[in-house]
Design a protein around this ligand. Structure first.
Ligand SMILES: Nc1ncnc2c1ncn2[C@@H]1O[C@H](COP(=O)(O)OP(=O)(O)OP(=O)(O)O)[C@@H](O)[C@H]1O
Ligand SMILES: [Mg+2]
Length: 257
Protein backbone atom coordinates (compact mmCIF):
# COMPACT_ATOMS: atom_id res chain seq x y z
CA UNK A 1 0.00 0.00 0.00
CA UNK A 2 1.20 3.52 -0.63
CA UNK A 3 1.02 6.21 2.02
CA UNK A 4 -2.35 7.46 0.75
CA UNK A 5 -3.94 4.18 1.76
CA UNK A 6 -3.35 5.10 5.37
CA UNK A 7 -5.58 8.16 5.20
CA UNK A 8 -8.30 8.21 7.84
CA UNK A 9 -11.02 8.81 5.20
CA UNK A 10 -10.18 5.44 3.66
CA UNK A 11 -11.17 3.27 6.59
CA UNK A 12 -13.18 0.22 5.69
CA UNK A 13 -12.33 0.32 1.98
CA UNK A 14 -10.72 -2.66 0.31
CA UNK A 15 -7.69 -2.64 -1.97
CA UNK A 16 -4.76 -0.30 -2.41
CA UNK A 17 -5.24 3.33 -3.35
CA UNK A 18 -4.77 3.57 -7.12
CA UNK A 19 -5.80 7.19 -7.57
CA UNK A 20 -5.54 9.94 -5.00
CA UNK A 21 -6.64 13.58 -5.16
CA UNK A 22 -5.11 15.85 -2.53
CA UNK A 23 -6.61 19.30 -1.94
CA UNK A 24 -7.29 19.70 -5.65
CA UNK A 25 -8.38 23.23 -6.54
CA UNK A 26 -9.43 25.03 -9.70
CA UNK A 27 -11.20 28.36 -10.25
CA UNK A 28 -12.45 29.89 -13.47
CA UNK A 29 -12.43 33.64 -12.93
CA UNK A 30 -14.43 34.12 -9.76
CA UNK A 31 -16.05 30.68 -9.91
CA UNK A 32 -14.52 28.01 -7.67
CA UNK A 33 -15.16 24.90 -9.75
CA UNK A 34 -13.19 22.52 -7.51
CA UNK A 35 -12.44 23.80 -4.03
CA UNK A 36 -9.68 21.71 -2.48
CA UNK A 37 -11.03 18.21 -3.06
CA UNK A 38 -9.61 15.13 -1.32
CA UNK A 39 -10.66 11.76 -2.75
CA UNK A 40 -9.31 8.28 -3.42
CA UNK A 41 -10.12 5.43 -5.78
CA UNK A 42 -9.10 1.99 -4.55
CA UNK A 43 -8.01 -1.06 -6.53
CA UNK A 44 -11.00 -2.93 -7.94
CA UNK A 45 -13.48 -0.36 -6.67
CA UNK A 46 -16.18 1.49 -8.52
CA UNK A 47 -16.09 4.92 -6.90
CA UNK A 48 -18.87 7.41 -7.55
CA UNK A 49 -18.59 11.18 -7.90
CA UNK A 50 -21.99 12.83 -7.71
CA UNK A 51 -23.36 16.32 -7.23
CA UNK A 52 -25.80 18.79 -8.75
CA UNK A 53 -25.20 20.35 -12.18
CA UNK A 54 -22.19 22.65 -12.15
CA UNK A 55 -20.79 21.23 -8.91
CA UNK A 56 -17.35 20.53 -10.42
CA UNK A 57 -17.50 16.84 -11.38
CA UNK A 58 -16.31 17.13 -14.99
CA UNK A 59 -13.69 19.71 -13.99
CA UNK A 60 -12.37 17.21 -11.42
CA UNK A 61 -11.93 14.63 -14.18
CA UNK A 62 -10.25 17.22 -16.41
CA UNK A 63 -7.81 18.03 -13.60
CA UNK A 64 -7.03 14.33 -13.14
CA UNK A 65 -6.40 13.71 -16.84
CA UNK A 66 -4.35 16.86 -17.37
CA UNK A 67 -6.72 18.54 -19.82
CA UNK A 68 -7.19 21.35 -17.28
CA UNK A 69 -4.35 22.63 -15.08
CA UNK A 70 -5.02 22.67 -11.35
CA UNK A 71 -4.44 25.92 -9.45
CA UNK A 72 -3.09 23.82 -6.59
CA UNK A 73 -3.24 20.34 -5.13
CA UNK A 74 -1.99 16.96 -6.29
CA UNK A 75 -3.06 13.93 -8.27
CA UNK A 76 -1.30 10.62 -7.57
CA UNK A 77 -1.68 7.57 -9.79
CA UNK A 78 -0.41 4.38 -8.18
CA UNK A 79 1.38 6.60 -5.65
CA UNK A 80 3.16 8.56 -8.39
CA UNK A 81 2.67 12.31 -8.73
CA UNK A 82 1.05 12.99 -12.14
CA UNK A 83 -0.34 16.49 -11.49
CA UNK A 84 1.67 18.32 -14.15
CA UNK A 85 1.74 15.49 -16.67
CA UNK A 86 0.28 15.76 -20.16
CA UNK A 87 -2.84 13.78 -21.02
CA UNK A 88 -1.16 11.26 -23.34
CA UNK A 89 1.47 10.46 -20.72
CA UNK A 90 -1.23 9.86 -18.12
CA UNK A 91 -3.16 7.67 -20.59
CA UNK A 92 0.00 5.74 -21.34
CA UNK A 93 0.38 5.10 -17.62
CA UNK A 94 -3.05 3.44 -17.62
CA UNK A 95 -5.60 6.12 -16.74
CA UNK A 96 -8.26 6.67 -19.42
CA UNK A 97 -11.44 8.69 -19.60
CA UNK A 98 -14.74 8.66 -21.45
CA UNK A 99 -16.66 11.88 -21.98
CA UNK A 100 -20.05 13.36 -21.15
CA UNK A 101 -20.60 13.78 -24.90
CA UNK A 102 -19.43 10.79 -26.93
CA UNK A 103 -16.25 11.11 -28.95
CA UNK A 104 -16.36 8.29 -31.48
CA UNK A 105 -15.04 8.78 -35.01
CA UNK A 106 -18.24 8.73 -37.10
CA UNK A 107 -16.52 8.21 -40.49
CA UNK A 108 -14.60 5.18 -39.24
CA UNK A 109 -16.01 1.70 -38.79
CA UNK A 110 -16.70 0.29 -35.36
CA UNK A 111 -13.66 -1.98 -35.72
CA UNK A 112 -11.44 0.95 -36.75
CA UNK A 113 -12.72 2.93 -33.78
CA UNK A 114 -11.89 0.03 -31.48
CA UNK A 115 -8.34 -0.39 -32.76
CA UNK A 116 -7.29 3.23 -33.28
CA UNK A 117 -4.28 4.42 -31.27
CA UNK A 118 -4.97 6.65 -28.30
CA UNK A 119 -1.83 8.71 -27.79
CA UNK A 120 0.95 6.26 -27.10
CA UNK A 121 -1.51 3.55 -26.09
CA UNK A 122 -2.80 1.03 -28.57
CA UNK A 123 -4.63 -2.27 -28.68
CA UNK A 124 -2.11 -5.06 -28.27
CA UNK A 125 -4.45 -7.99 -28.95
CA UNK A 126 -7.22 -7.93 -31.57
CA UNK A 127 -8.91 -10.91 -29.94
CA UNK A 128 -9.49 -8.72 -26.89
CA UNK A 129 -11.45 -6.28 -29.07
CA UNK A 130 -13.64 -9.15 -30.27
CA UNK A 131 -14.07 -10.50 -26.77
CA UNK A 132 -15.12 -7.13 -25.34
CA UNK A 133 -17.31 -6.16 -28.30
CA UNK A 134 -19.14 -9.48 -28.06
CA UNK A 135 -20.13 -8.87 -24.45
CA UNK A 136 -22.24 -5.89 -25.48
CA UNK A 137 -23.30 -7.17 -28.93
CA UNK A 138 -21.10 -4.76 -30.88
CA UNK A 139 -19.28 -7.65 -32.56
CA UNK A 140 -22.08 -7.85 -35.17
CA UNK A 141 -21.52 -4.20 -36.09
CA UNK A 142 -17.74 -4.11 -36.51
CA UNK A 143 -17.97 -3.17 -40.22
CA UNK A 144 -20.60 -0.47 -39.77
CA UNK A 145 -19.74 3.21 -39.59
CA UNK A 146 -19.71 4.41 -36.01
CA UNK A 147 -21.78 7.42 -37.06
CA UNK A 148 -24.64 5.06 -37.97
CA UNK A 149 -24.87 3.66 -34.43
CA UNK A 150 -27.49 4.85 -31.97
CA UNK A 151 -26.36 7.25 -29.25
CA UNK A 152 -26.41 4.44 -26.70
CA UNK A 153 -24.37 2.16 -28.97
CA UNK A 154 -21.85 4.95 -29.43
CA UNK A 155 -21.51 5.21 -25.65
CA UNK A 156 -20.92 1.46 -25.53
CA UNK A 157 -18.37 1.78 -28.30
CA UNK A 158 -16.50 4.48 -26.42
CA UNK A 159 -16.43 2.33 -23.31
CA UNK A 160 -15.31 -0.79 -25.18
CA UNK A 161 -12.62 1.22 -26.98
CA UNK A 162 -11.19 2.53 -23.71
CA UNK A 163 -11.38 -0.94 -22.13
CA UNK A 164 -9.53 -2.54 -25.06
CA UNK A 165 -6.57 -0.32 -24.20
CA UNK A 166 -6.41 -2.18 -20.89
CA UNK A 167 -6.38 0.76 -18.48
CA UNK A 168 -5.88 0.28 -14.75
CA UNK A 169 -8.22 3.16 -13.94
CA UNK A 170 -11.13 4.47 -16.00
CA UNK A 171 -12.96 7.73 -15.45
CA UNK A 172 -16.51 7.61 -16.83
CA UNK A 173 -18.33 10.94 -17.19
CA UNK A 174 -22.09 10.29 -17.30
CA UNK A 175 -22.03 6.96 -19.19
CA UNK A 176 -25.79 6.51 -18.64
CA UNK A 177 -26.94 9.96 -19.77
CA UNK A 178 -29.34 9.79 -22.70
CA UNK A 179 -29.33 6.00 -23.10
CA UNK A 180 -32.37 3.74 -22.82
CA UNK A 181 -32.82 1.13 -20.11
CA UNK A 182 -31.71 -1.80 -22.26
CA UNK A 183 -28.51 0.01 -23.10
CA UNK A 184 -28.06 0.97 -19.44
CA UNK A 185 -28.08 -2.75 -18.57
CA UNK A 186 -25.42 -3.43 -21.23
CA UNK A 187 -23.28 -0.64 -19.82
CA UNK A 188 -23.69 -1.83 -16.21
CA UNK A 189 -22.87 -5.44 -17.16
CA UNK A 190 -19.86 -4.30 -19.15
CA UNK A 191 -18.46 -2.09 -16.39
CA UNK A 192 -18.82 -4.96 -13.92
CA UNK A 193 -17.18 -7.37 -16.38
CA UNK A 194 -14.18 -5.07 -16.91
CA UNK A 195 -13.81 -4.51 -13.19
CA UNK A 196 -13.96 -8.24 -12.49
CA UNK A 197 -12.05 -9.72 -15.43
CA UNK A 198 -9.61 -6.94 -16.32
CA UNK A 199 -9.00 -5.73 -12.76
CA UNK A 200 -9.82 -2.17 -13.70
CA UNK A 201 -10.89 0.44 -11.12
CA UNK A 202 -13.52 3.03 -11.98
CA UNK A 203 -14.28 6.62 -11.04
CA UNK A 204 -17.83 7.23 -12.18
CA UNK A 205 -19.91 10.40 -12.57
CA UNK A 206 -23.62 10.12 -13.23
CA UNK A 207 -26.98 11.57 -12.29
CA UNK A 208 -28.76 8.20 -12.49
CA UNK A 209 -28.93 7.62 -8.75
CA UNK A 210 -30.34 4.10 -8.82
CA UNK A 211 -27.46 2.94 -11.03
CA UNK A 212 -24.89 4.84 -8.98
CA UNK A 213 -26.20 3.21 -5.81
CA UNK A 214 -26.22 -0.23 -7.47
CA UNK A 215 -22.73 0.00 -8.95
CA UNK A 216 -20.60 1.98 -6.54
CA UNK A 217 -18.65 0.72 -3.54
CA UNK A 218 -17.91 4.24 -2.32
CA UNK A 219 -19.38 7.60 -3.29
CA UNK A 220 -18.19 11.20 -3.01
CA UNK A 221 -20.85 13.90 -3.06
CA UNK A 222 -19.77 17.41 -4.01
CA UNK A 223 -21.65 20.71 -4.17
CA UNK A 224 -20.07 23.94 -5.44
CA UNK A 225 -16.75 22.12 -5.71
CA UNK A 226 -16.62 20.99 -2.10
CA UNK A 227 -17.13 17.61 -0.52
CA UNK A 228 -20.37 17.40 1.45
CA UNK A 229 -20.50 13.65 2.06
CA UNK A 230 -18.65 10.41 1.33
CA UNK A 231 -19.23 6.79 2.10
CA UNK A 232 -20.87 3.62 0.89
CA UNK A 233 -24.24 4.02 -0.91
CA UNK A 234 -26.35 3.50 2.23
CA UNK A 235 -24.51 6.28 4.08
CA UNK A 236 -24.82 8.72 1.18
CA UNK A 237 -28.50 7.92 0.68
CA UNK A 238 -29.24 8.67 4.33
CA UNK A 239 -27.18 11.88 4.45
CA UNK A 240 -29.20 15.03 5.05
CA UNK A 241 -26.80 17.45 3.28
CA UNK A 242 -26.80 15.21 0.22
CA UNK A 243 -30.58 15.09 0.20
CA UNK A 244 -30.71 18.87 0.37
CA UNK A 245 -28.17 19.29 -2.43
CA UNK A 246 -30.31 17.06 -4.61
CA UNK A 247 -33.66 18.47 -3.56
CA UNK A 248 -35.98 18.42 -6.57
CA UNK A 249 -33.68 16.30 -8.73
CA UNK A 250 -35.41 13.00 -8.00
CA UNK A 251 -32.70 11.75 -5.66
CA UNK A 252 -34.83 11.77 -2.54
CA UNK A 253 -37.41 9.47 -3.99
CA UNK A 254 -34.68 7.41 -5.63
CA UNK A 255 -36.56 8.03 -8.85
CA UNK A 256 -35.07 8.19 -12.31
CA UNK A 257 -34.51 11.67 -13.71
N1 LIG B 1 -13.66 26.07 -19.13
C1 LIG B 1 -14.42 26.71 -18.24
N2 LIG B 1 -14.44 28.05 -18.17
C2 LIG B 1 -15.19 28.70 -17.26
N3 LIG B 1 -15.98 28.09 -16.35
C3 LIG B 1 -16.01 26.75 -16.37
C4 LIG B 1 -15.26 25.98 -17.31
N4 LIG B 1 -15.48 24.66 -17.08
C5 LIG B 1 -16.35 24.60 -16.06
N5 LIG B 1 -16.68 25.85 -15.64
C6 LIG B 1 -17.57 26.17 -14.52
O1 LIG B 1 -17.14 25.42 -13.39
C7 LIG B 1 -18.25 24.91 -12.66
C8 LIG B 1 -18.21 23.40 -12.61
O2 LIG B 1 -18.46 22.88 -13.92
P1 LIG B 1 -18.43 21.33 -14.25
O3 LIG B 1 -18.59 21.18 -15.71
O4 LIG B 1 -17.20 20.73 -13.65
O5 LIG B 1 -19.71 20.80 -13.48
P2 LIG B 1 -20.39 19.35 -13.46
O6 LIG B 1 -20.52 18.97 -12.03
O7 LIG B 1 -19.67 18.44 -14.37
O8 LIG B 1 -21.86 19.69 -14.03
P3 LIG B 1 -22.87 18.77 -14.91
O9 LIG B 1 -23.53 17.81 -13.94
O10 LIG B 1 -23.85 19.76 -15.44
O11 LIG B 1 -22.09 18.10 -15.99
C9 LIG B 1 -19.50 25.48 -13.36
O12 LIG B 1 -19.87 26.67 -12.71
C10 LIG B 1 -19.01 25.75 -14.76
O13 LIG B 1 -19.77 26.79 -15.38
MG1 LIG C 1 -20.20 17.42 -16.10
Amino acid sequence: MNSGAESSTDSGRAGEVVLELIKLRKSFGGVVAVGGLDATVHQGEITGLIGPNGSGKTTTFSLITGTTRADSGNVLLGGEEITSWRTHRIANRGLLRTFQLTRVFPQMTVFENLTVRSGARRVTRESLVWELAEIVGLHTKLDEYAGALSFGQQKLLELVRASALQPSVMLLDEPFAGVNETMERHLVDFIQHVRRERKCSFFLIDHEMQLIMELCDHIYVIASGSLICEGPPAVVQADQATRQAYFGSGFIAGARR
